[in-house]
Ligand binder design. Structure first.
Ligand code: SF4
Length: 229
């Protein structure tokens, strides 16, 4: 029986970010991540200096996860992390089960691991979030050109950049041009409503001028940094 290492399952709630922001959805958050971004708001999925994996992570079967999502009365599931693509077999089985139920599937990823062909066919939207220098990660760890090319080739990827202030937008433009990433969504970094609002305002005009999209973090505006919503 296929299993995944899971951090949390929650919903119904709203997709908080990107093109589907505001849409009712269930969330499956997997554990573990190959990156370690300085501002990560889900460090409980991977930072074992600060959190205890025995407390935070649980092995769950795909059937068990599907049953929990079934009870949410949702037609869309967001698989997030951590890094979903680090658990290839589990993600594949989970996506197949969701597709069998007629659910829309979005997968959120940092874009450092290429999607497997069998999963590409099952996922409606890849929310790919390549990390900028503001993450504290070295370029060679946070940008994987072949993996980004594979996401572009799906034709179903959006590229969402976490930005601290407008000075980050030139770096976004360089990555977008070099790797032909479209469409582009810019999202402010922050885990409280005041920070999100303060950072959205100066981003609005320059993001419009560059022809990109802007997204809030709806769940943070509504619930702050509470887990499981
Ligand atoms: S890629 Fe995402 S989950 Fe992983 S450390 Fe960075 S922000 Fe956190």
């Amino acid at each position: 029986m296929t299993e995944l290492v899971i951090s949390e399952v929650f919903g119904p709630t709203f997709q908080g970010e990107g093109p589907s922001a505001g849409r009712r959805a269930g969330f499956v958050r997997v554990g573990r991540c190959p990156l370690s971004c300085s501002w990560c708001d889900t460090a409980y999925t991977w930072d074992w200096d600060r959190f205890d994996p025995a407390v935070e992570l649980h092995k769950r079967t795909v059937d068990d996860l599907l049953a929990e999502v079934d009870a949410m009365d949702v037609d869309m599931v967001v698989v997030t992390g951590g890094e979903p693509l680090a658990q290839r077999a589990g993600l594949s089985a989970l996506a197949r089960g969701m597709r069998d139920r007629g659910m829309r599937i979005e997968v959120e990823t940092s874009g450092v691991i290429a999607p497997m062909p069998d999963v590409v066919a099952l996922v409606d939207q890849w929310n790919v979030s390549p990390k900028l220098a503001n993450s504290g990660m070295d370029l060679t760890r946070r940008i994987a050109p072949d993996a980004l090319a594979a996401f572009v080739a799906t034709g179903r990827a959006i590229f969402k950049f976490v930005v601290v202030d407008p000075a980050d937008l030139d770096e976004v433009a360089e990555l977008v041009d070099e790797h032909r990433l479209r469409p582009v969504w810019v999202m402010p970094e922050g885990t409280d409503a005041a920070t999100i609002a303060d950072r959205l305002r100066p981003l609005a005009e320059p993001v419009l001028e560059r022809g990109w999209h802007l997204t809030p973090r709806l769940h943070v505006l509504v619930w702050g940094d509470r887990r499981g919503v």
